[in-house]
Design a binder for this molecule. Structure first.
Ligand code: SF4
Ligand code: SF4
Ligand code: SF4
Length: 314
């Protein structure tokens, strides 16, 4: 018998759902075993009744729920809590759901500061008041990962997550398992570039300058980005962005890793560890501009990014 599955996006961009569709042919096989009761990109099913006639959110029962995006407003928080009550296994899909993702960069600022910037100071926008219509859901104090609000059973990180891992996690559940996770390896562990454990020293260069490499040569003939002075977050980022095989996606494109799969293990401190990795090859880690934002670019939930107390005036 097919398993009932609920899928939805919260504070998300829909890229994670594209990854579900990008499963391709294996998705057709999986669909023989899955009965989607709600999946925004594929089924026109609404949570307040098909014609919006219900005043209360009505979340259908499911065995598995897959949610992308973090929690940014009261309505998303309520939906997440309702889903948790009505499902057995909750999957956080994508880095926004697992770690807050790019939207959690806003956690460095008070909500009022963000509204001020967006509604009044943006050069491309006519100044306007904050949304006051009561039908617009109120922002939560921070942009949160799902597990800051409810218990999450399985996390599939990535921005976007690789389709291989979505298939593997769902297949594990169909086989009766209740847990699944990526192995704790770093992007560097899967990277074939040349490493000499030293750089020429000096400040960390901004990725505004072109790196030098020979496009005629394979990636395995290219030197490690950190060792030629550019920030590459491979040392502190969970491996898996190329699925079951292959060179890390950005390195394939001769671009440094920006950390989109999040930390290698729970409780890690990627910012501290990355500063250590840069120093260990002789770079001046403190020379990096905006390092708090840069090194927590995808992982601002769980208190990794927060409003800092104002510095005393001299
Ligand atoms: S993890 Fe990436 S792809 Fe998924 S919702 Fe967030 S920004 Fe979009
Ligand atoms: S730091 Fe970047 S380029 Fe160097 S080994 Fe790690 S992932 Fe590869
Ligand atoms: S190399 Fe890093 S930033 Fe690029 S896709 Fe992989 S994990 Fe994400």
């Amino acid at each position: 018998m097919a398993v009932n599955v609920f899928e939805d996006w919260l504070n998300a961009c829909s890229g994670c759902e594209i990854s579900i569709l990008n499963i391709g042919d294996p998705l057709v096989d999986l669909l023989n075993h899955l009965n989607f009761v709600h999946i925004t990109p594929l089924i026109d099913h609404k949570l307040f009744g098909q014609l919006g006639e219900k005043t209360e959110m009505d979340v259908p029962e499911s065995v598995v729920s897959i949610l992308s995006g973090g929690v940014r407003n009261d309505e998303q928080k309520h939906e997440l809590q309702e889903i948790r009550k009505k499902t057995k296994i909750l999957i956080a899909l994508g880095t926004c759901a697992c770690h807050g993702g790019i939207p959690a960069q806003a956690n460095m600022f008070k909500n009022e500061e963000v509204f001020e910037k967006v509604f009044r100071q943006s050069p491309s926008t006519e100044p306007s008041p904050d949304p006051v219509d009561p039908s617009v859901p109120k922002w939560t104090p921070t942009c949160a990962a799902l597990d800051e609000v409810v218990k999450v059973d399985i996390s599939i990180p990535g921005c976007p997550p690789h389709p291989d891992w979505i298939v593997e996690a769902i297949t594990a559940l169909l086989e009766g398992k209740t847990a699944w996770s990526l192995p704790e390896r770093s992007v560097c562990d899967t990277c074939p570039v040349i490493r000499e454990k030293k750089s020429g020293g000096g400040p960390v260069k901004r990725w505004l300058q072109n790196m030098e490499f020979n496009p005629e040569e394979g990636i395995d003939k290219m030197r490690c980005f950190n060792e030629v002075g550019y920030l590459c977050q491979g040392p502190v980022t969970l491996a898996g962005c190329s699925g079951k095989a292959g060179v890390p996606r950005c390195v394939q494109a001769r671009t440094p890793c920006r950390g989109c799969f999040g930390p290698i293990r729970k409780g890690a401190q990627p910012m501290v560890d990355m500063m250590g990795a840069l120093s260990s090859v002789g770079l001046d880690a403190k020379s990096m501009l905006d390092r708090r934002a840069m090194l927590n670019r995808y992982i601002g939930a769980h208190g990794m990014l927060k409003v800092l107390p104002a510095r005393p005036t001299k």
